[in-house]
Design a protein around this ligand. Structure first.
Ligand code: DX5
Ligand code: ZN
Length: 225
C-alpha cells in the first residue's frame, strides 16, 4: 500500500448481499471501488453481529484492491492475529473498545498490517493526539457504529478539521464512515478526509446481475468532491 491523499471510495460490504460477497466485491471493484471496507461487529461493542476472521479469509481472494477491516469488537487484542492472517491490509480498532488502545495499535503494526484508529461521534479529536505516531489511518465515525443506512451526523465535520491539523505532514489517512453520499462527501473532503466509506450510497439500486448502478453511485460520490 502506497500512501497518498487522493480521494478513495471504500464500499462497505455491510450493504452487499451477504450470500454472495465474492461476486459483490468483484462487481464493485470492476465498477471503480478503490478499497473494500469490511465491517466486523460482535453484538457487544455494537448492537449488531456480522462475521469474523473466517469470512474475511474467504473473501480475501476476491479483493484485488485494499482490504480495510473495521473492527467493532471488544476485546480486540485476542483477535488481531486472526484478522491479519485472514489477509487484512488495514486493521482498525476503536479507541472506545478498551483501556489499552496504545498496545492494540502496536500489536496491529507488529503483524505487518496498517493500523487504524476509529473514533465514535462522542469521542473528541484529542483522543487521537497521543497515538498519532502509531497510526496509519484515523476513522471518523459520522454515525454511531452498528448499522448501515443511518443519517450523517454533521457535528463530526469539525472533528475532521481538527484531526487534519493534528496529523500535520504525517502519512495518516483520514477515513469517514457513516452516511457518506454525494451531499455529505464534499463537506468531509474539504475538511481533510481522503478515504470515504459508503455502504448504502454505493450498493443502492444495483446487484451482481445489474452492477452498473454501483459504478454510477461511485462516480456520483467522486464527482461531488
Ligand atoms: C457502520 C459501519 C459502516 C456502514 C456505513 O457501523 O461501520 O461502515 O456500513 O454504512 P452507510 O454508508 O450506509 O452509512
Ligand atoms: Zn465501517
Amino acid at each position: 500500500m502506497k500512501f497518498d491523499r487522493s480521494v478513495k471510495i471504500a464500499p462497505s460490504i455491510l450493504s452487499a448481499d451477504f450470500a454472495n460477497f465474492g461476486a459483490e466485491i468483484e462487481a464493485v471493484e470492476a465498477q471503480g471501488a478503490d478499497w473494500i471496507h469490511v465491517d466486523v461487529m460482535d453484538g457487544h461493542f455494537v448492537p449488531n453481529i456480522t462475521f469474523g476472521p473466517a469470512t474475511c479469509a474467504a473473501i480475501r481472494p476476491h479483493i484485488k484492491t485494499v482490504m480495510d477491516v473495521h473492527l467493532m469488537i471488544a476485546p480486540v487484542d485476542p483477535y488481531i492475529q486472526a484478522f491479519a492472517d485472514a489477509g487484512a491490509d488495514v486493521i482498525t480498532a476503536h479507541v472506545e473498545a478498551g483501556p489499552h488502545i496504545h498496545r492494540t495499535l502496536q500489536a496491529i503494526r507488529a503483524t505487518g498490517a496498517k493500523a487504524g484508529l476509529a473514533l465514535n461521534p462522542g469521542t473528541p479529536a484529542e483522543a487521537a493526539a497521543p497515538l498519532l505516531d502509531l497510526v496509519d489511518l484515523i476513522c471518523v465515525m459520522t454515525v454511531n457504529p452498528g448499522f448501515g443506512g443511518q443519517k450523517f451526523i454533521h457535528s463530526c465535520v469539525q472533528k475532521v478539521t481538527e484531526l487534519r491539523e493534528l496529523i500535520g505532514d504525517r502519512e495518516v489517512h483520514i477515513e469517514i464512515d457513516g452516511g457518506v453520499d454525494p451531499s455529505t462527501a464534499p463537506l468531509v473532503v474539504a475538511a481533510g478526509a481522503d478515504v470515504l466509506v459508503a455502504g448504502s450510497a454505493v450498493f443502492k439500486g444495483g446487484s451482481v446481475d445489474n452492477p452498473a448502478p454501483y459504478g454510477e453511485n461511485i462516480r456520483a460520490i467522486r464527482a461531488s468532491v
